[in-house]
Design a protein around this ligand. Sequence first.
Ligand code: MN
Length: 148
Amino acid sequence: MAQLRKVRRVSHPNAGKTPYLKGNSVPKRILVVEDNPENREILTLELEFQNFEVQSAENGALAVESALANRPDLIIMDISLPVMDGLEATRRIKAATETAHIPIIALTAHAMEDDETIFRKAGCDFYLAKPVDPEKVVLAVNRLLGIG
Ligand code: MN
């Protein structure tokens, strides 16, 4: 019996934390896409503190790759990114059937009225203006995931 439990724990990534529980007690996984290391750190720490599992990517191309490989529950996407910007990464994630359903929160320094149309057209579900406010991000995450 003890051995069986050990095998299960090893084979299931969440088994050690929340074994055999359903719903919100299983940590939701969030992909943070940010090229600014400080913002990435702030968001990661805050979301981990809120019991989310966080992965991160430093540019849009890596974000698309990670989204397809890991299928996170939600993506926080900086718009201004090297290699591929956040709008193009969002378009690609929303164009792939495997990842089209994943909610995306855009983070942008260009919080002008006209931009909202551009974000929505690209497929962003919500957007927040920078500077990054971790509390606002968590509120938006919870709302989009239907938590709280
Ligand atoms: Mn940036």
